[in-house]
Design a protein around this ligand. Structure first.
Ligand code: PHB
Length: 360
């Protein structure tokens, strides 16, 4: 039996505790996708996490879906991420970069040459994004060709290499929350009749091809995957979720990756009893390192780890509590989240939440 505050090992990544920081979009990067200098302080303030999973990082310019999100596809971005990973390591922390391609969840104004977003099928999402102009509906996407899909697999591997060049401890392939890989996986976003559509196996193919290409490039001990079997955020729905995710969990288990990170619940999209049941039964089939995410508090996280999860990741609680592991260990009071400063802006709501030692 493990506790939240024991060290552990996920593949090649040693962690000092099981309280992880979940990936969080904060929209504070420069318009060219270079992380802001403030991100060094933001992440190092949270270096007491067993593992920091970064905000989503676009693997190429066409992978971008929101204003002022960072990338990992040029030397300037890699250098800025290196400053972040060096500072986190100096504080004794560990950090993986979340490799992100948004697929259809984007807007032409965010993409090179005003191109249409890319997707498995030309089906527009009933979902929103943020551009320079503010909130807007996402644009109508264009269907990818097989040749283009194969290029995207290589783009993920290149981004994984760039992440290693930036000094990360590993990468997380974002297969959740309605973005590109999840669009291939789910029945309502994938009408393809080729090797990437139809059966659960075909819909899972792109995610698994990406995982294999990334593992070949940087080693499977540094690769994790994020999935959301019951997620509906970003207008996603899988009519065959049980079959699809049984297949995916088994395939990921076989690959002996560093971890599988599962979004069991998403703010504002709470799972039904039946969906909770699916999450529970899927989890029982998985023998690797399972990171649980979504709606946990200190007590339920401790129970999840006692019951075999390798760790629990916290999003919103880590925004407002930079020293979250210490607060959970002490049972200390938590800072309240200001949900008006989540997306965009600067220090306010980003680097100015106090740790216990500095709290008034
Ligand atoms: C968001 O920006 O709202 C967002 C991004 C990535 C996720 C979930 C939410 O996985």
């Amino acid at each position: 039996m493990s506790t939240l505050f024991e060290p552990g090992k996920l593949g090649d990544i040693d962690v000092k505790n099981r309280v992880f920081m979940a990936p969080l979009t904060r929209n504070r990067a420069h318009p060219d996708g270079t992380p802001h200098q403030l991100a060094v302080e933001y992440y190092t303030q949270r270096a007491s996490a067993g593992l920091i999973i970064s905000e989503g990082v676009q693997i190429v310019p066409m992978a971008k879906g929101y204003v002022n999100t960072p990338g990992i596809h040029n030397a300037k971005q890699i250098a800025a991420w290196k400053d972040i990973t060096d500072a986190v390591h100096t504080k004794g922390g560990k950090i993986v970069l979340q490799l992100w391609h948004v697929g259809r969840i984007s807007h032409t104004s965010l993409l090179p040459d005003g191109n249409a977003p890319l997707a498995p099928s030309a089906i527009q999402a009933d979902a929103g994004t943020f551009t320079e102009e503010g909130p807007t509906n996402v644009s109508s996407p264009r269907e990818l060709t097989v040749a283009e899909i194969e290029v995207i697999v290589t783009e993920y591997a290149n981004a994984a290499q760039a992440s290693i060049d930036a000094g990360v401890d590993g990468v997380e392939v974002h297969g959740a929350n309605g973005y590109l890989l999840n669009q291939f996986i789910s029945t309502n976003t994938n009408d393809r009749t080729d090797a990437y559509g139809g059966s659960p196996e075909n819909r899972s193919k792109l995610l698994l091809d990406v995982v294999d290409a990334v593992s070949d490039r940087i080693g499977r001990g540094r690769v994790g995957v994020r999935l959301s079997p019951t997620g509906t955020f970003n207008d996603i729905h899988d009519a065959e979720a049980g079959a699809t995710y049984s297949h995916l969990f088994a395939e990921i288990d076989k690959r002996d990756l560093a971890f599988l990170h599962v979004v069991e619940a998403f703010p504002g999209f709470e799972p039904s009893a039946e969906e909770q049941q699916l999450n529970q039964s899927l989890r029982k089939t998985f023998s690797g390192n399972y990171i649980a995410n979504g709606g946990y508090d200190g007590a339920s996280a401790a129970a999840a780890v006692e019951n075999g999860a390798v760790a629990v990741s916290f999003g919103r609680m880590f925004i407002s509590n930079p020293d979250l592991p210490e607060r959970l260990r002490l049972g200390a009071e938590l800072n309240v989240l200001d949900d008006t400063t989540l997306y965009g802006g600067s220090e306010k709501g980003y680097t100015d939440y106090p740790a216990l030692s500095s709290a008034a």
